[in-house]
Design a protein around this ligand. Structure first.
Ligand code: NAD
Length: 502
């Protein structure tokens, strides 16, 4: 137990215990926050938000950068909390903090430019109007997060919503509440004059449900599509806007002229890092016939050299969510039973809590391992006749989150990327897009909707207000009962002749 994850529960309040996924050892107790506690956090956020939104943009930026500095100063403690709660290796946890810092810095530095008032042109009949728009904060944003990247993933909503002038109430996953609590504690210590602007409520599904019902002005959800449906249904009752970042079944396409060593290296990392528990992790690979065997050989060689476990030498750690092991087992056994070849590992590799790498080939496209999110250290490498078939198969998924293309030329790779139905595509790398804060991130279909990160990610937590200021009396006053019929007719004639032209 560390002092970053000890219980914040009031004496006598209901609590739950987090446990190390690697050892099962208890880590800490946290309160089970119910509707009253959630309502208090929302109220507190609402009270703090008005002052936050009224700050000059430069002050808000300064405060967010102070928070970033606090997270960077406490990087080791934050990474330790992530590693303890998820089981991922310390190095991976530190990398997660680094990526988070990059995103927070970008949101803090770009919010004013993206959201401030800007002029737009007015039309022929509105030439007397000065037209502008501004993106205003929504108020209090609720954020419900997952456990696989307990700092980086929620920061895609939390940091951008705060930068846009909102308060946030964050409900971390019940597997990783300590990291969420620490995140908010560091905000309060770095920005004491706005303490309470970022509130954290802890607990299971019922706490998330209470947050969805709490009257927040938008709910940003990251998690599985099944839960997204439930939360969205609750939000629908009050027309609370909803953003869903859900799972993926990301495909990688490997062309005949690709650098196979680079492709294999990236595929192994994209599929196995974090024990495969990455929403935009590599789950399917489509390699053209000419290079399929050579690619498989390279992937098996690299993946076979990796060890899972709890120690420093482990490439990746345990399955964080115990229930996921059964899903991984079902996918691997099902694929093999349906005729897939297990090139490395197989059903016997799937043991709780550590699952050894599994590389499959020739997996029937209808097998669960190809159609459902596996979320484990498993990759399927299927052979295709050509790039057209690879694109067709990659797109034939209920998910569309990320994808990657390995190709001899960047321009040719980008042309293939443009044919993929995915929210983000990396050419000659995997997950490249997730590390660029200026790039929006999100998917479609079972992967959800809406975007976090980048300019769209800032605008996602605002409402646009359009304004016109009349500068002089209109030459053709159409919005008055006093307009003479002859003037209206002249306007109609003018519009007709103008719009009849091409
Ligand atoms: P999950 O759906 O089980 O839970 C997500 C969150 O929702 C948790 O905080 C949970 O407590 C809460 N929740 C559960 N039931 C609820 C309810 N009825 N009402 C309100 N809240 C409820 O998902 P998970 O297992 O924590 O996360 C893994 C999933 O998240 C995977 O599918 C993964 O692909 C996805 N994910 C997506 C992204 C992305 O950005 N697209 C990032 C990370 C993870």
């Amino acid at each position: 137990m560390t002092d970053t994850t000890t219980s914040a529960a009031a004496p006598g309040a209901a609590v739950f215990t987090t446990r190390s996924p690697a050892t099962g050892e208890p880590l800490a107790e946290h309160p089970v926050d119910g509707p009253e506690a959630v309502a208090r956090a929302v109220e507190r956020g609402r009270a703090a938000q008005a002052g936050w939104a009224a700050l000059p943009a430069s002050r808000r930026r300064g405060h967010l950068l102070a928070w970033k500095k606090a997270l960077a100063t406490e990087l080791d403690a934050v990474a330790r909390s992530i590693a303890e709660e998820t089981g991922k290796p310390a190095g991976d946890a530190a990398l997660e903090v680094v990526l988070t810092l990059e995103h927070l810095a970008w949101a803090a530095r770009h919010a004013d430019r993206v959201l401030r008032r800007r002029r737009v042109g007015s039309g022929l009949f509105t030439v007397h109007q000065r037209a502008s728009l501004v993106h205003r904060p929504l108020g209090v944003v609720g954020v419900i997060g997952p456990w696989n990247y307990p700092l980086y993933t929620p920061m895609g909503s939390v940091g951008y919503a705060l930068a846009a002038g909102n308060a946030v109430v964050f409900k971390p996953s019940e597997l990783t509440p300590g990291t969420g609590v620490l995140m908010a504690r560091l905000f309060d210590s770095a920005v004491p004059e706005h303490a309470g602007l970022l509130g954290v409520v802890t607990g299971p599904a019922s706490t998330g449900d209470a947050l969805a019902r709490s009257g927040v002005d938008k709910l940003a959800f990251t998690g599985s599509p099944g839960t997204a449906r439930k939360v969205m249904a609750v939000c629908a009752e009050t027309l609370t806007p909803f953003l869903a970042e859900c799972g993926g079944k990301d495909a990688v396409i490997v062309t005949a002229d690709a650098d196979l060593d680079a492709a294999a290296d990236a595929i192994v990392w994209g599929a196995l890092s974090n024990a495969g528990q990455t929403c935009a992790g590599v789950e399917r690979v489509y390699a053209v016939r000419e290079v399929h065997a050579a690619l498989c050989e390279r992937v098996v060689e690299r993946a076979g050299a990796l060890r899972t476990g709890a120690g420093q030498e482990a490439a990746y750690g345990p399955m964080t969510l115990p229930g996921q092991v059964g899903i991984v087992e079902r996918h691997v056994s099902g694929a093999v039973a349906e005729g897939a070849r297990a090139l490395l590992g197989g059903p016997e590799s799937v043991r709780a809590p550590f699952v050894s790498p599994v590389v499959l080939a020739g997996v029937p496209e209808g097998a669960a391992a190809m159609t459902e999110e596996t979320f484990g250290p498993v990759v399927a490498i299927n052979e295709v006749a050509d790039v057209d078939e690879a694109v067709e198969r990659a797109n034939a998924s209920r998910y569309s989150l990320g994808a990657a293309v390995f190709c001899g030329g960047g321009r040719a790779g980008a042309a293939i990327a443009a044919r993929l139905r995915a929210g983000a595509v990396s050419v000659n790398s995997v997950l490249g897009f997730a590390a660029v804060p200026a790039l929006p991130f999100g998917g479609a279909q079972e992967s959800g909707f809406g975007r976090i990160h980048g300019e769209e990610g800032l605008r996602a937590f605002t409402a646009v207000q359009s304004t016109t200021v009349q500068r002089f009396a209109p030459p053709i006053a159409l919005t008055s009962f006093a307009v003479p019929a002859a003037m209206r007719d002249r306007a109609v004639r003018l519009a007709r002749s103008l719009h009849r032209r091409r």
